[in-house]
Design a protein around this ligand. Structure first.
Ligand code: ZN
Length: 253
């Protein structure tokens, strides 16, 4: 053991996020603390013949210790070894969500425990974000076999554009489907097979769709209702206030 240990450039000067100041490794010593405890350990060994451990390092679910590819670090306008940054602030700089491809698989930092959001971005799992559709889900959403369901937070400010577009496309196709059913119901309103049961089921589906139409308008500024005349007429007739909320503001008098 030498008396001096120089960890400059090896371990971060500080674990605090360079942007927001949150500690990305609570319970983990800084470079200065590590070097100091190394010195203490050397001194103790000289005195007692026994060296205490230099540091106990704990990584837990409050840590965001990871490495990303150089290209990602550079895209965030960060210098090599310039400090730590939490996942939230890194994503803010990048203007997008991180995904497993951003994290070099073999780096030892990238297999440690960490916060839920770190694990979710790094491993593409966690909090049910992505899973194989269960039989019940396939029935409910009419999905094919071997289909994967991905849960996406539409309120996420870094929501990927394809998730927004997928959502809007999904809502539009549901609107188109119900629009057709409503048109058919209207055409065949005197036939017994279009009975009360159908209408009750349809009302439920329209209610669900209204929630999604509202999300499209409020989160993404996309007004869909006016593109589907039968659906629009149904809402205008039976739920004027709902229609007003879903339509473009200037047309909602
Ligand atoms: Zn931060």
């Amino acid at each position: 053991m030498t008396d001096q240990l120089d960890l400059t450039g090896v371990t971060p000067e500080s674990w605090l996020c360079v942007d927001c100041g949150i500690n990305t490794a609570p319970g983990y010593p800084t470079r200065v603390e590590l070097e100091r405890s190394y010195k203490t350990s050397v001194a103790m060994k000289k005195l007692s013949g026994e060296a205490p451990p230099i540091a106990t390092l704990t990584f837990n679910d409050r840590c965001e210790v990871y490495t990303v590819r150089d290209s990602v670090w550079k895209a965030a306008e960060l210098e090599p070894m310039s400090g730590c940054i939490c996942i939230g602030c890194l994503e803010k700089r990048l203007g997008r969500r991180l995904n497993p491809k951003d994290f070099p698989r073999r780096h030892p930092f990238n297999s440690m425990p960490g916060t839920e959001r770190l694990i979710e971005r790094r491993d593409g799992v966690g909090s049910m974000s992505k899973h194989k559709a269960t039989a019940a889900e396939r029935r409910r959403f009419g999905l094919p076999k071997d289909c994967t369901i991905e849960h996406v937070d539409l309120h996420d400010p870094n929501l990927a554009p394809e998730h927004r577009d997928n959502f809007i496309t999904g809502v539009r196709s549901e609107a188109a489907r119900l629009d057709e059913i409503i048109a058919a119901l209207h055409r065949h309103r005197d036939e017994p097979k279009y009975g009360v049961d159908n209408i009750a089921g349809l009302a439920e589906q329209v209610r669900n769709l209204c929630g999604h139409l509202l999300a499209c308008k409020e989160l993404f500024g996309v007004v869909i209702i006016d593109d589907y005349p039968h659906l629009r007429r149904l809402l205008q007739t039976f739920s004027r206030s709902n229609y007003a909320r879903l339509a473009a503001t200037e047309r909602a008098q």
